[in-house]
Design a protein around this ligand. Structure first.
Ligand code: FPP
Ligand code: MG
Length: 299
């Protein structure tokens, strides 16, 4: 059994590699008028963050014994998509939060228009980066990986989940509805990370299905704990405001069930997530660590 310390070191290494790749792929301004946009992109994407989606991408490469080096930029692109979603999520039109990753949110550090455009630019640049040819990966595999990320980050996942959450703010929601929203708004990007890595490695449809189910359940566990931390933690520890869900009149797992039962539900979802990896061998052991880590995280 791997020790927690080893897993933390695995995440730290993934974060270092992601940050190096981000620094290399973020564009440099060519004219003074472009400077603010580029500064805002770098400000948000290099502000810290746990780099969990790239780490999941790397752990999936491990499950297929694939080397990381040819894929660093692809993993960094996933982090750019995640960061765009955080920038837009924090805007006054959405959650209207002032703090993210321990620093003023992008629209506070710059202005709203710059924050919208920085998010747009991170999202679109991510796809340009993912489309760069990768040594020894057939183009049709890469095309399928791109299509999958696009679908899961957009109308097949994250954007739709976010839209549903906003549309239903203030309304009491059944648990099944929350499951559905969480699978999309949070699980879909985890799924994009593991599915794209698996596709690039030539995974079978059966393997892709199992990994998609794993990611969706893990997303549920992650988001339920996010709800709990929004109620129980502090802004200092989280690097973002607490009480954001209450402020936005949002029904969550934690408000529906209470924090203890919500934690229990997250633990169950985490165990179910690991169950979907039953047909993978020891090389998937790092993937098996994530759900439990997500349930026990403090930030
Ligand atoms: C925190 O991730 C993020 C979530 C809990 C996901 C919430 C979903 C959204 C913000 C989707 C928004 C979508 C749109 C289209 C605006 P984390 O704890 O990994 O954050 P970190 O990277 O800062 O560590
Ligand atoms: Mg939100």
């Amino acid at each position: 059994m791997m020790e927690r310390r080893d897993f933390s070191e695995y995440l730290a290494q993934a974060a270092r590699e992601t940050e190096q790749a981000l620094d290399a792929i973020l564009p440099e301004p060519e004219a003074a008028a472009e400077r603010q946009l580029y500064q805002a992109m770098r400000y948000s994407v290099l502000a810290g963050g746990k780099r969990l989606r790239p780490a999941l991408f790397f752990a999936t490469l491990d499950a297929f014994s694939a080397p990381r080096a040819p894929f660093f930029h692809f993993a960094a692109a996933l982090e750019m998509i995640h960061t765009y979603s955080l920038i837009h999520d924090d805007l006054p039109a959405m959650d209207d939060d002032d703090l993210r990753r321990g620093q003023p949110t992008c629209h506070k550090a710059f202005d709203e228009a710059t924050a919208i455009l920085a998010g747009d630019a991170l999202l679109t640049h991510a796809f340009a980066v993912m489309a760069r040819p990768i040594l020894q990966v057939p183009a049709e595999r890469q095309l399928k990986a791109l299509g999958t990320v696009s679908w899961l980050a957009g109308v097949g996942g994250m954007v739709v989940g976010q839209a549903a959450e906003l549309a239903l703010s203030g309304q009491p929601l059944a648990r099944a509805m929350l499951d559905c929203i969480y699978a999309k708004k949070t699980g879909a990007l985890f799924s994009a990370a593991v599915s794209s890595a698996a596709i690039l490695c030539g995974a079978s449809d059966v393997q892709l299905h199992a990994l998609g189910c794993y990611a969706e359940k893990m997303g549920l566990a992650f988001q339920v704990i996010d709800d709990v931390l929004d109620m129980e933690s502090t802004a200092d520890v989280l690097g973002k405001p607490v009480g954001s869900d209450e402020k936005n009149s949002r029904y969550t797992y934690a408000s529906l069930l209470g924090c203890d039962a919500a934690r229990h539900a997250a633990q169950t979802a985490a165990e179910e997530a690991v169950g979907y990896l039953v047909d993978f061998d020891r090389r998937a052991d790092m993937l098996r660590q994530f759900p439990d880590f997500f349930v026990n995280r403090i930030s």
